[in-house]
Design a protein around this ligand. Sequence first.
Ligand SMILES: NC(=O)c1ccc[n+]([C@@H]2O[C@H](COP(=O)([O-])OP(=O)(O)OC[C@H]3O[C@@H](n4cnc5c(N)ncnc54)[C@H](OP(=O)(O)O)[C@@H]3O)[C@@H](O)[C@H]2O)c1
Length: 240
Amino acid sequence: MSGRGKGRGGDQHGKEFREMKIAILGPGRMSRALAGHWVKAGHEILIAGRTPDRAEALASELGPSAQVAGFPEATAEGDAVLMGARGEGVEWTLDQAGRRTFDGKVVIDMGGPMARPHYLGDVPSMAEDLQALIPGGRVVKAFNLNRACTWAMEKIVFDGYPLSIPMAGDDPAAKEVVAELIKSIGCTPIDFGGLERSRNLEAFAAVLVRLLLEGHDQFEVFNLLIRVPDWEGEPHSRIV
Ligand SMILES: NC(=O)c1ccc[n+]([C@@H]2O[C@H](COP(=O)([O-])OP(=O)(O)OC[C@H]3O[C@@H](n4cnc5c(N)ncnc54)[C@H](OP(=O)(O)O)[C@@H]3O)[C@@H](O)[C@H]2O)c1
């Protein structure tokens, strides 16, 4: 781990996690929302973007822990790399960094099914496609089940419970890194298995996207909640 200080932080639940350097490739809505939490947790952010003004704007909004970098530099220096580009920009983004730059890197894919709303999990997932494009990378599917505005909440807690975030990936150590990033924003990681299971996560997201597009409220559509043994919050409604 090449984390800047290899320091340890603590979230509001007293759990521990490493402070890391996170490369964000594509400063869009999801990147902005997640980066805000990661900066508060003590991580450092390197932002690379197609539109320099947007990358600059996000870095200045995030403060001194964030800086703009080129795609290759951000990717090479990150302990984890968030693929922040929309689906149509993924290959372009990989090429800007250089595909071999991803060798050994933990790469988080949060791609949603906007371009494939009929996806049923019966062909390779976006995460598997990404893994095939960067065979040396360690792709983990995560953060794909909620809208950007959910991640933008100050505390990602529903009905007294922190949000649980399923991850799918073939590399256990890479999932451990992503689990720490999840814990550092006060959420609960769930290891959902190998990268092939990203098909289930993407098909699940297709259901949610359809419900949202059909007019359901984002908070009623999906909040995956589990009981956390050491959670000290005060749930105010009964789970049946
Ligand atoms: N938004 C959500 O609620 C949500 C929820 C779950 C998952 N996701 C997934 O998260 C990812 C990011 O979504 P987002 O909503 O944050 O996206 P976004 O705000 O629309 O933009 C993300 C980034 O993609 C870049 N981009 C777009 N088209 C590109 C192209 N053709 N070539 C290169 N770069 C391109 C943009 O570059 P510029 O800065 O130059 O415009 C921007 O930095 C997507 O895979 C999406 O499916 C989104």
